[in-house]
Design a protein around this ligand. Structure first.
Ligand code: ZN
Length: 552
């Protein structure tokens, strides 16, 4: 209390001796951590967390989070296309793709080629040597503000840093005006940024973000951290059919980096990719943090996604990835302790989407399908698992279009789960265009792996609050998306991720195995320790918790 206020209070108390003064103490403000870390583990399904985290060692990062924080077992996305860009953008904006505009990972260009939804030809890649040739990414396509934007507006002095293995993992966390938004470029084998965010790499990113640092991480092959533990839990063998061999990286342990023709790609698809990101994040905590200024550190760990795509979530690789990620997190938390003390940092951790079993995995990988098993809480499929080829579907639809409205190039391409038409098709007179769309819808609906086809223009103007597939679809499609059709596969059918065509597993469906992710919040003094919440919470909880911890 300021001296004048104290004097006034004493004066008031002295003048009213018959009634004691009413003291209404404000509730104690929650302790404000010096560093708030938001972390997204790519492809970390709620079902994986529920079943596998209890199997990890007590000294690991997840055991620490379970002891010191609250574990919301089931956070639900409210959109249908459960992919990385829609997931990250939903977490950091608090709104679904319909409002954010981030409807998918990729769009289709005029030549029918897929490209990243964040690619921005007006920007250039920025390396440690400065701006270089080649278009980079930006946040320009995002229609709404992010958590980081709100931080920047309310605390202009805040330090905002975002790091990831991929641009779509970094950009939403850092927002429009970060101090640094950095991601790994596998072609350059080094971390980079974009002229959308900076003209130079930050000084603190040397050496952690350089080629020398990532090369050092590849010095030894990726070997199992604990053979017995992996073999005890993994349902399949190390060389299970269906696993993808990325440029010579191999499908069995040990994975020797020197065998890969693209070592940068192999780094991402190994636990060392996460180590690279966490080393850079730790460098930001010591190098970019400024006393008295709040720090938002957004970390996106994507190795889990590459490993799951290539080998499937049941593989030896996926189990070892989880175990090594757990150890890497424990080390990162120790580094945060050393920098700001255990009460000086808080963490909000979640995932961008889930995953489904590898199609070729043995029957034991799906214990929920045994006759005696109860109905699966996560809606995991028991029918055949299949990969959809987006280019084959595009060709089929083009044939159907010609049959319906005559010769011409009508279908531009498929960037899952959307079908795009050519300008000639969109400019057809209304009646012929309707005829074309009806023919495409009918043909797509005949596909044995397609559950539902939606003409995007028929999506209602207002979406209801529910979690039916119709409601999820409604919240997925922006009113002016540019896409013509939405293709929803039946449960267990997924679009081929394409890292090794015809191999591996993927996600992207509206079902709970893809749509439910865990949420951890660790904030000493502000969030209950050792608690588990089993009731589902909506995806908006991630941003709400982060805002609370940042004092917004
Ligand atoms: Zn993925």
């Amino acid at each position: 209390m300021r001296p004048q206020l104290l004097a006034l209070a004493l004066f008031a108390a002295a003048c009213t001796p018959s009634r004691p003064p009413v003291v209404t103490a404000p509730p104690p403000a929650p302790p404000r951590p010096e560093v708030v870390v938001t972390m997204v583990i790519d492809q970390f399904a709620a079902w994986i967390a529920a079943e596998r985290l209890p199997l990890l060692p007590d000294a690991g990062g997840f055991a620490r989070l379970r002891r010191e924080g609250t574990w919301f077992r089931e956070m639900h996305y409210m959109h249908a296309a459960t992919d990385t860009a829609p997931g990250h953008s939903s977490l950091y904006t608090g709104v679904p793709p319909r409002e954010s505009g981030i409807l998918a990972n990729e769009l289709v260009d005029a030549r029918g080629e897929r490209y990243s939804i964040l690619r921005d030809d007006a920007t250039r890649v920025v390396t440690f040597d400065g701006p270089a040739d080649g278009a980079a990414s930006s946040i320009a396509i995002l229609r709404v503000p992010t958590l980081a934007d709100a931080v920047r507006e309310q605390r202009p002095d805040a330090v905002i840093v975002s790091v990831s293995l991929k641009d779509r993992g970094a950009i939403f966390g850092g927002g429009r005006r970060p101090d640094a938004t950095l991601w790994f470029d596998p072609r350059r084998d080094s971390f980079v940024t974009s002229t959308a965010f900076a003209q130079a790499m930050p000084a603190w990113a040397t050496p952690a973000g350089t080629t020398a640092a990532v090369t050092a991480l590849r010095a030894a092959p990726w070997a199992l951290a604990n053979d017995n533990w992996v073999q005890e839990h993994a349902a399949s063998s190390d060389d299970n059919p269906g696993e993808g061999d990325l440029d010579g990286w191999g499908t069995t342990f040990p994975h020797d980096f020197t065998r890969s023709r693209r070592p940068g790609g192999a780094l991402r698809a190994s636990p060392m990719g996460d180590v690279a990101v966490l080393d850079l994040a730790a460098a930001a905590v010591t190098g970019a943090r400024a006393p008295g200024r709040p720090m938002l550190l957004a970390v996106s760990l994507s190795s889990n996604d590459y490993v799951g795509h290539l080998f499937g979530p049941d593989s030896w690789e996926a189990w070892d990835q989880l175990r090594r990620l757990d150890a890497s997190l424990a080390r990162f938390f120790d580094r945060l302790d050393a920098a700001v003390g255990p009460r000086g940092w808080a963490l909000v951790l979640s995932a961008d989407h889930g995953i489904v079993t590898l199609p070729e995995a043995p029957r034991e990988a799906r214990p929920w399908c045994t006759p005696a098993a109860p109905a699966d809480h996560w809606a995991r499929p028991c029918g055949p698992l299949t990969r959809l080829d987006p280019d084959a579907i595009a060709r089929e639809l083009q044939e159907a279009a010609v049959a319906a409205v005559g010769a011409g190039a009508w279908v531009r391409g498929v960037a899952d789960p959307y079908v795009y038409l050519t300008p000639e098709a969109t400019q057809l007179p209304a009646e012929r265009r309707a005829q074309l769309l009806a023919a495409l819808e009918a043909r797509a609906q005949q596909h044995p792996e397609v559950e539902r086809v939606v003409q995007t223009l028929t999506v209602p103007a207002r979406c209801d609050e529910g979690e039916s597939v119709e409601s999820l679809l409604c919240r997925s499609i922006p009113a002016d998306s540019g896409a013509a059709l939405y293709l929803q596969g039946r449960a267990g059918a997924f679009f081929d991720a394409g890292y090794v065509p015809g191999r591996g597993a993927s996600h992207g469906s509206p079902y709970l195995f893809d749509r439910a992710v865990p949420l951890f919040v660790r904030a000493p003094g502000a969030v209950e320790a050792g608690r588990r919440v089993d009731e589902p919470v909506p995806f908006t909880r991630f941003r709400e918790m982060a805002e609370r911890l940042l004092g917004l």
